[in-house]
Ligand binder design. Structure first.
Ligand SMILES: C[S@@+](CC[C@H](N)C(=O)[O-])C[C@H]1O[C@@H](n2cnc3c(N)ncnc32)[C@H](O)[C@@H]1O
Length: 255
């Protein structure tokens, strides 16, 4: 059970590390309510509820357990989550941003989306979006400018999907970009390391990269990659230079 004496991982005081004999556990202080989302353990300490953040179930948790030094969702932030499935990791991201933050959870398949909806009933800051991440304009009206994007759509072309979402829906400067790469879903023409290298090259065009981490043994041949988005280049001199489109601030969607 986490205690106040345990050191939180900066910059997210809502993420607690607990040393237990020969292993380290991770917990998120939750904003949700029972029942558990995926069978995770719940504990209450000093009136605060925590959920175990299981690296074998969540690639974000696996990345943190493997020493990820890139961005982690922090209290008060808004995150765009692409490929939310039934909310396993998305609910932890909502825990990390806390009650003053929000997570827009995009999922395109009806079956996991139905389970995600049931989770969002118990997580007031987790906002479900039924949509295709390849078409961010189709849900841009529902999303206020975000501080970070987390993508786990497990398909080829994921970095391009992230780039388009980032251009439209992230705030202008220094936003976070975190991508879970499942190399076995990215084609057979490259090795896992080759897929990683290509994804890093593509991301490096608009992101200052943190060191990528491999997620074995929790998730075979998966990586967590990403970093901090660079500000858009100033437009080249000359008339009619197209600018990156950004979502304009809007009122939060009704719940
Ligand atoms: C590996 S699962 C995500 C697991 C989830 N991120 C977690 O950790 O709990 C990938 C999900 O992405 C969804 N997905 C795939 N392509 C998508 C797209 N273009 N737009 C939205 N969701 C997509 C799939 O339906 C699936 O639910």
């Amino acid at each position: 059970m986490p205690t106040a004496a345990e050191r939180p991982l900066e910059p997210s005081p809502r993420l607690v590390r607990r040393k237990r004999r020969d292993r380290t556990e991770w917990w998120t202080e939750t904003v949700g309510s029972l029942p558990p989302v995926y069978g995770e353990r719940w504990r209450e300490v000093d009136g605060r509820a925590y959920r175990s953040f299981d690296p074998s179930r969540s690639k974000l948790a696996a990345g943190i357990a493997r020493g990820w030094r890139g961005p982690v969702p922090a209290a008060g932030e808004r995150w765009l989550y692409l490929g939310a499935a039934s909310g396993t990791t998305a609910s932890h991201v909502a825990d990390l941003v806390g009650p003053s933050g929000a997570v827009y959870a995009v999922e395109r398949s009806l079956r996991p989306f139905a389970r995600l909806l049931a989770v969002t009933e118990r997580w007031p800051n987790l906002l479900p979006v039924l949509g295709d991440a390849r078409d961010p304009a189709s849900y841009a009206d529902l999303v206020r400018p975000c501080d970070g994007v987390y993508a786990d759509v497990a398909q080829p072309g994921q970095v391009e999907i992230v780039r388009e979402n980032a251009a439209l829906l992230l705030r202008d400067r220094g936003a976070a970009v975190v991508v879970a790469l499942k190399t076995s879903s990215m084609g057979r023409t490259r090795t896992a390391a080759g897929h990683l290298e290509r994804a890093e090259d593509e991301l490096a065009a608009f992101v200052d990269l943190a060191p990528s981490v491999r997620l074995d043994p929790f998730h075979r041949a998966h990586y967590l990659v990403g970093g901090t988005e660079r500000p858009a280049e100033p437009p080249a001199p000359g008339p009619g230079t197209p600018r990156r489109r950004r979502a304009t601030p809007r009122a939060p969607p009704p719940r």
